[in-house]
Design a protein. Structure first.
Length: 392
């Protein structure tokens, strides 16, 4: 993995776009217990917001390659950000659960569009230097995630509605568009004469896809319901439990920024397995802990473990796509959508029936499955292959 790259305007623009949507996710995930209290719903109904976001990701995945063909990756990213802001605005002003579910669907479409094209845009822009750049862009996005979590947790302890804090993404998105307006107009998209990327993907790709699905399940299962488990185990208030998830976000941010340097001597697959092992160990500590400080350390370790999984497994998928990166990332969005839709909902359903503590046993099982998918389908020279294919 080549680590040296220039953090130019393209890198910072893409990183800030992803940071904006992660600010929302940082507040939205841990805010689920607060939303549930506002609306007076069960864990199962509250988990439907994750289902709506997952359905949005599935839709975005199906249309990604076609929309990239029509608009180009850059313009499509901005269109996704606009749709995201519309969804956030509706979510904030709409008390009923029916409208918050619809708003979550809209914002989820925007989030998936931004994230999918972040990977392909950086890879196309930086070639073999892309894996480290994707990880660092994700690290910057983690800063947005942490800020979102801190703000929502702080507002939860005041008389100000916690949802209002989510509105900050709109002026920040407008400010970013104004700051890079010259860059927005400097190139025109030319449609590929062969049409959008299509065709069947290999069995090896789909096995890696299943491992990607498991990774996203564990991440969103943790972000949506870790606060609920923490409240159950240590008896903290909703605000303190929400703020405690900051430890998870800090772990993700540090792992994404420094992980490429720390693991650079390891093969891509070994890097992913190492991080999943750290995540597994952190989960075991978190699940057994009844102490706040120990739980915070465990959440930090889980964040480190999750940190680079998206970047590494995405490069694995691209390397196995036979030169069709937009199609590969579109199909990966289907995995992410199913994971986001199912993991929080199933955890909520199991939590209603067996308690959130027992429900969380699902997480380590999924981690083991993700590791098995890597062992079963190793990627030879995946870093360089994935980078080359993305330039085609």
């Amino acid at each position: 993995m080549t680590l040296t790259f220039k953090r130019d305007t393209v890198f910072w623009t893409i990183s800030m776009q992803v940071a904006i949507v992660n600010f929302y996710l940082g507040g939205f995930g841990p805010g689920q217990p607060l939303l549930r209290a506002d609306q007076g719903t069960s864990l199962t109904v509250a988990g439907l917001h994750g289902t709506a976001m997952g359905i949005a990701s599935i839709i975005a995945g199906f249309v990604n390659a076609r929309l990239v063909h029509i608009f180009g990756r850059k313009k499509l990213t901005w269109l996704g950000l606009i749709l995201f802001c519309v969804g956030v605005f509706i979510f904030v002003i709409s008390p009923p659960v029916q409208l918050t579910l619809f708003a979550t669907l809209l914002s989820g479409l925007g989030i998936s569009t931004v994230v999918n094209n972040m990977v392909t845009r950086l890879s196309n822009h930086l070639g073999p230097k892309a894996p480290h750049a994707i990880a660092q862009a994700s690290g910057i996005a983690s800063a947005g995630y942490i800020l979102g979590t801190i703000l929502i947790g702080t507002l939860a302890g005041t008389s100000i509605s916690w949802r209002l804090g989510l509105l900050l993404v709109i002026p920040v998105a407008i400010g970013l568009a104004i700051a890079v307006r010259g860059n927005l107009l400097e190139e025109a998209h030319v449609q590929d004469a062969s049409g959008p990327q299509s065709g069947k993907l290999s069995r090896a790709y789909w096995i890696a896809w299943a491992g990607f699905f498991a990774c996203i399940c564990t991440e969103f299962g943790t972000t949506f319901w870790a606060a609920a488990l923490l409240r159950d185990r240590v008896g903290s208030t909703a605000a303190i439990a929400t703020l405690a998830i900051v430890a998870f976000g800090i772990g993700m941010g540090l792992g994404r920024w420094f992980g490429g340097l720390a693991l650079q001597r390891l093969h891509l697959d070994i890097q992913a397995i190492t991080l999943m092992t750290i995540q597994f160990a952190g989960f075991i500590i978190f699940w057994f802990s009844h102490n706040m400080l120990l739980s915070l350390f465990a959440l930090f370790a889980m964040g480190l473990g999750v940190s680079m999984q998206f970047a590494l497994v995405s490069i694995r998928l691209i390397a196995l796509s036979d030169g069709r990166p937009d199609l590969a990332m579109g199909r990966s969005s289907l995995a992410a959508g199913l994971a986001i839709a199912l993991a929080p909902f199933i955890l909520g359903l199991l939590g209603d029936n067996f308690g959130i503590s027992r429900a969380y046993v699902m997480v380590p099982i999924l981690i083991v499955f993700a590791v098995a998918s890597i062992v079963f389908v190793p990627t030879e020279r995946a870093q360089s292959r994935g980078a080359r294919e993305l330039q085609n």
